[in-house]
Each structure stands twice: as C-alpha cells, then as structure tokens.
Design a protein around this ligand. Structure first.
Ligand SMILES: [Zn+2]
Length: 587
C-alpha cells in the first residue's frame, strides 16, 4: 500500500529481493519516505540496515550499473596513470580496464556526467561507468601511492649495489661516503616528501631482526608503508642524523635533533629523536607544520567579547596573560598565535619551552634542558638580562617560576604562560597556592584564558535531528546563564543567532552519521572553546582577599565572561559540535 512508483525497481526493492532487508524494514523505509519526503537512499543509509558494500551494489542494480569490487585481478594498474592521482582522488574514480576504445571506470557516483566527460576528454577513450564504494577507490589509490615510494626506493637500492661494484673497480679512489650517500639521500628525501604530502604527523623507522619497518602516522593512525632491507637501516639513520645535526657515532644514547624540509610551498619543521633498541637505532620524525603558528585567534574559535578581551590584553606593554587547560587542549597553539601577532621588528620576544612545538619565525625560542640545568626558572632569570619585551614561559609549574614570571611582568614585560587548571577562575587561587604574593598577583595578571578542543561535526555527513526534551531544557538552562553584560558588549552575530535559537520552542541540532571522509566517526577536525577572564578592579580586589574560584567566576560572569560550558553549548546550537563532545571536555 505504500508503493510510490510502480515503473522502476528502487534500491529498497532490490535489497528486499536479495533478502538483505525484511518486509517490515521495507515498509518502514517506504513509510518514512512518504511521510517525510526524505529520499529512499538517505533513509536506508540512516537506518543502517545494510553494509555500505551491499548498499552500493543494490544502488548499482537499481540504476543499471555493474559493481566493480576493484580486486587485484580486476584492476589493470597501468591504466591508473591515465588520470593524475590527485584528480582520481578528487573525483573518486579509478580507471581499471580497457577493451578496445572502452575504458571501464569505477566511480562512487556513476551518474556524474561531468566527471565522465572530463575523463573522456583527458584520455580520449569512451567511458563505461561502474559503481563502487569510496573505500575501494581509496584502497587502490593508497596502494598506488605506496608503490610509487616502493619503486623509488628499489631504484635507489639498485644504484647502491652498482656503485659498490664501481667502488671495487676504482679500488677506493672515490670516497665511500660521497658515492653511497647520493641514493640514500634520495631515499630519505622520498620518505620525507611522502610524509609531508600524505599529511603524516610522524614517521617511524624501526629496525627489526631481519628488516626495518617504515611507518607513517596519518590522522592519528600508524600505518606501515613498507619494509626496508636491514642493511640500509644504518645508512638511512646516519643521513637523517646528519640533517638533524646529531652525533652520528653516538648509537647507545637517545638523541634529538631538528631540521626543516621544503616540499612545494610548504615548509615543515622536523623534530628527530633516536632511541637505541636491541636491533639498532629507532628513529621517530615528528612533522611540525610552520603554518600552525599563523592561525588567527578567530580560526582557533575565539570570538565576541572573549576575542576582544584577549586581543586587548596581549597588546598591553606589561602584565601577564595566562592560558589554562589540560594537556592537549590547544594552549600551545593559542600562545603561538599570540606571539606571531605580537612579532614585529620593534619587539624582542623570547620563549622558554618544553619542547618547542611550533616555530615562530623571528622569535628567539629556547628549549629547556633540566639535565643541563636550564629550567623554566633558570632560563627566566637569564632572560631578564637579555632585554626582552615579551617573554613566553611554556608552563608555570612551581613557586619559583611563578615568582620570576610575576616579577618579570611587574618590571615592564609582557609575560605569556600556561597553567594546569580546569577553569580560568581557578588560575589565581592556583598561583596563590604556589606561593605567589596576592598583592603582586592582583596587579600583574591581565587576562586568564581557559580552553578545550572539541571535535567538529563532519560536514560531509552532518544531519539535523531533534534532541530529547531533557537536552533541550539543559541547553536552555546553560545558555540562559549568559549575562546581559556579555550580550550588551558582544559584537558577534553568530553568538546572537545561537542565543536566539536557544530561546525557541523547538531546537534542532546536528550530528555526523559517519562516512568515509570521517572514518565513520561523524567528526572531522577540531575547534577551540574558550572562556576569557578579564581581571577587572573588582576581581583584582577579590584576589587580595584570597577569594575562592567559584566566587571569582560568578563575578566574572556578571561582568560579561562567557564560560567554557556556555561557549561549548553555543557551538552545539550552531551545529559545529555535539553536546557529548562539550561534556567530554568541559565537565
Ligand atoms: Zn562524515
């Protein structure tokens, strides 16, 4: 009775005929389709009755396209060169078979006529589209990329064996190192270039008993790229150590070094560390993107009054700006952004960090080294003799550092630092606990920022949904806590929109349903949520009276501070993140 169109067999009928869904499920799908007007395809996806593979196969059948599993036997890898890897990735296509003038192309969307036309123009063949999953395409393209590295390394190895022969003939006339280095240098270059191009955060080169393993960490997942012959391991490590200005002959102690590579227009800082293992030195290369520092406060997620107050605070000639939050909450990036904003030729900026995570060009960055006696405290003492205007201290961990930082702020320096507290209002009591004098503290701190990182809803698979009533009430309660003082001074239209939305009767939120782009997590990318505590006269006075954090927070909110939780809830209302994320990090 729910049949909509009797002329064609829809995907739901195909799935039912194949016994992949039950008749109840079939009715439910049709019922929802008629009631909501949502497409049958999106309903089936949402309800997740079948695997993505089965879905795509059935979709192909419904539209009259054959399914291409892109198995090893099916794919003629020579044809992959017909289209550049980047285009194949962009359009989600893989040409896999050629029969006369007919080029079989696996596509995620075989109805995409523009792409078909593009391939026909590019290759001169007639395209016969097949349907396949995004996963299948990704797998083939990944393999292809892996092969490219593999071939390059094989060629370099071939060259090494030949040059060794040449060496014998010339009886050592040419030095071993110069000849052997060229191909090894190329391999190291390839390894690094691949790391930058694939967006890896780390490269691991691990010696084993027989072979050496090369692994890349991409989006948090460590993946093996290939195995290297054991005899090459030491030469590759030596080359990396030379680049990192590390001691080549020291193989029994862990070492660190760093250098920079340029791939295309991107310059990447590399931090190298070695670790002696029973099979040789293990090397980990961490890639630090220089552009990381160029984030503006807005890009980080700061806005409205929070943004205004932080910007004003860092432009003051002296005083302290503190950023608080647990490890991994993005404090370093916020400070680096502040430094790059302040970084002009007229000021002398010095930093003490552990470790230096983001390089800011033109800033004197120093890595602390406690074994050598260079701690936050000793470094800070030395800094004050170096005539700096702005000092960044990685973290205030103890009373001595706190005292020195306050002293620096009192004597005409702008001091930026981080502190481990959960909220902005907890920072002042924390410093008092460390032994800071309350009257000094009250006159030095400009603002305290507390921040967290939440995962962003994947824009590719985001869908609106109606949250349960208790969630709606919770949102209304938290957002109504935003003070009028804040709303009066706020200049951000997005905040106003979100606040208005929270006052409506019916509230819809967004969540990711999971897709190939977000590894089925429903999230992609991250965003900062912030509270910025402005140290007003009144709060300054409260510090003198050793007021507890809760009391400081209450007054700060009255004076226009938006709390972490409130900022997070606004982002939930905007559909940028989910309530689960905000509660995970801010509770
Ligand atoms: Zn997604």
């Amino acid at each position: 009775m729910f049949k909509v169109d009797t002329n064609t067999r829809g995907i739901e009928e195909v799935l039912y005929d194949k016994k992949l869904i039950t008749s109840d499920q079939l009715s439910a799908i049709k019922f929802e389709h008629v009631n909501t007007g949502k497409s049958i395809e999106s309903i089936i996806k949402e309800r997740a009755y079948v695997s993505n593979d089965d879905f795509v196969k059935a979709l192909g059948e419904a539209y009259g396209f054959d399914y291409a599993p892109l198995s090893e036997e099916q794919v003629d890898s020579n044809l992959l060169d017909l289209i550049p890897l980047s285009s194949a990735k962009k359009y989600n296509v893989v040409p896999f078979n050629l029969n006369g003038n007919n080029l079989a192309v696996a596509m995620v969307d075989p109805l995409d006529l523009q792409t078909i036309e593009f391939i026909e123009r590019k290759t001169g063949y007639k395209v016969v589209p097949f349907i396949t999953t995004e996963k299948n395409i990704e797998r083939i393209l990944e393999e292809q990329k892996g092969k490219a590295i593999g071939e390059e390394i094989s060629a370099a190895m071939e060259e090494i064996s030949q040059t060794t022969l040449k060496l014998d003939e010339t009886s050592g006339e040419l030095t071993d190192a110069t000849i052997r280095d060229a191909p090894i240098a190329r391999i190291v270059g390839m390894i690094l270039e691949t790391a930058v191009k694939t967006g890896a955060s780390d490269v691991h080169l691990e010696p084993g008993e027989d072979v050496s393993r090369l692994r890349y960490r991409v989006d948090g997942i460590l993946e093996e790229k290939r195995k290297l012959p054991k005899e090459m391991h030491d030469s590759i490590v030596a080359r990396i150590k030379i680049l990192g200005k590390m001691k080549i002959d020291e193989k029994r102690l862990p070492l660190d070094g760093r250098f920079k590579v340029q791939v295309g227009n991107t310059s990447t800082d590399l931090r190298i560390s070695t670790l002696p293992t029973i099979y040789g030195e293990k090397v980990v290369i961490r890639l630090l993107k220089e552009e990381g520092a160029a984030f503006s406060f807005k890009d980080l997620g700061l806005r409205g009054l929070s943004l205004k107050r932080l910007e004003e605070a860092i432009l003051k000639p002296n005083g302290m700006v503190l950023v608080t939050g647990p490890t991994g909450s993005g404090k370093t990036v916020t400070l680096a952004s502040a430094l790059s904003k302040l970084n002009t030729i007229r000021v002398n900026i010095v930093t003490l960090e552990d470790p230096v995570e983001i390089r800011v060009p033109g800033v004197n960055q120093v890595q602390i080294n406690p074994q050598a006696g260079l701690t936050f405290a000793t470094g800070l003492r030395a800094f004050l003799r170096q005539d700096p205007n702005i000092i960044m201290v990685g973290e205030v961990r103890d009373g001595e550092t706190a005292e020195l930082a306050i002293h620096a702020a009192l004597t005409g320096h702008l001091v930026l630092s981080t502190l481990h507290t959960n909220s902005a209002s907890g920072a002042l009591p924390r410093l008092l606990d460390m032994g800071a004098e309350n009257f000094l503290l009250a006159s030095t701190v400009n603002v305290v920022v507390a921040q967290r990182l939440v995962r962003k809803v994947c824009s590719n698979c985001a869908e609106e949904y109606d949250p349960p009533e208790e969630v709606v009430q919770d949102i209304k309660r938290v957002v109504s806590g935003i003070s009028n003082a804040m709303l009066a001074q706020n200049k951000d239209p997005d905040i106003m929109k979100a606040v208005k939305k929270s006052q409506e009767n019916k509230i819809t939120l967004k969540k990711g349903t999971g897709c190939d782009k977000c590894a089925n997590t429903g999230y992609k990318g991250r965003l900062g949520i912030f509270e910025v505590l402005n140290i007003s006269n009144e709060i300054s006075h409260m510090t003198l009276e050793n007021a507890p954090a809760a009391k400081i927070e209450a007054i700060a909110v009255e004076q226009g501070m938006i709390t972490l939780m409130q900022d997070g809830y606004l982002r939930v209302l905007e559909g940028a993140t989910t309530l689960e994320e905000v509660l995970r990090v801010a509770k």
